[in-house]
Design a protein around this ligand. Structure first.
Ligand SMILES: Cc1cc2nc3c(=O)[nH]c(=O)nc-3n(C[C@H](O)[C@H](O)[C@H](O)COP(=O)(O)O)c2cc1C
Length: 188
């Protein structure tokens, strides 16, 4: 009997807090995706060892990154995945350092002509959390990252932004966001 390959979704958590707001929301998107038939996997960047981009331009004359570390399999998975959930808290107006190092390594997904090596049509969901109760603040960080994803050929399906998230479990009181996240996964 022919085996049907499942669609694949990966989640990337740029927060050091396990079961924190971003982790919980990324997991809710993945749970929805699983319900929709996806096979899922989650990467906790803070538990991984990797370097930032070395600007060596190896990836402009070869298919991938010269560095071999814990991001090697993540980037490979990203290339294979049908959907990727990108999550980071806001640290000093931006995504976290852990996340930004990973983002810079996504440079290896772009060829010498600055075209994406990824097959078009991959879906993405962005999740952020911030302490500030004013959601207008830091909108720019998510929007700019959405632009990066679009440049790489992703279709950004949803951006889920949590405010007032200073406590790591604040999200548990946000049924609206948990429902939104699960629905985002279900709709992938
Ligand atoms: C180093 C650091 C910098 C932060 N900078 C900001 C900030 O600029 N604006 C803000 O609203 N919250 C800021 N926060 C709060 C986090 O964004 C907030 O607690 C977020 O909900 C954490 O998400 P997590 O529970 O997934 O880790 C900062 C937290 C830390 C530890």
């Amino acid at each position: 009997m022919a085996r049907v390959n499942k669609l694949k979704a990966i989640g990337i958590v740029g927060s050091p807090r396990k079961n924190g707001n971003v982790d919980t929301l990324v997991q809710a998107v993945l749970d929805g995706a699983e319900q929709a038939g996806y096979q899922t996997k989650k990467y906790m960047l803070n538990e991984m060892k990797y370097s930032g981009c070395q600007a060596c331009d190896y990836c402009k004359s070869h298919e991938g990154c010269r560095l071999e570390d814990d991001l090697t399999s993540l980037l490979q998975d990203m290339a294979e995945a049908d959907a990727v959930v990108f999550g980071s808290p806001i640290y000093f107006l931006q995504f976290t350092g852990q996340f930004r190092l990973m983002e810079d390594r996504m440079y290896s997904l772009i060829d010498a002509g600055f075209n994406s090596r990824l097959r078009p049509g991959k879906k993405a969901v962005i999740v952020t959390s911030q302490g500030n109760p004013d959601l207008v603040s830091y909108e720019k960080a998510a929007m700019e990252f959405a632009d990066v994803l679009k440049m790489l050929g992703f279709e950004v399906k949803d951006i889920i932004r949590m405010d007032s998230g200073s406590a790591r479990d604040a999200v548990l009181g946000r049924k609206d966001l948990l429902d939104k996240a699960r629905l985002a996964g279900l709709s992938l």
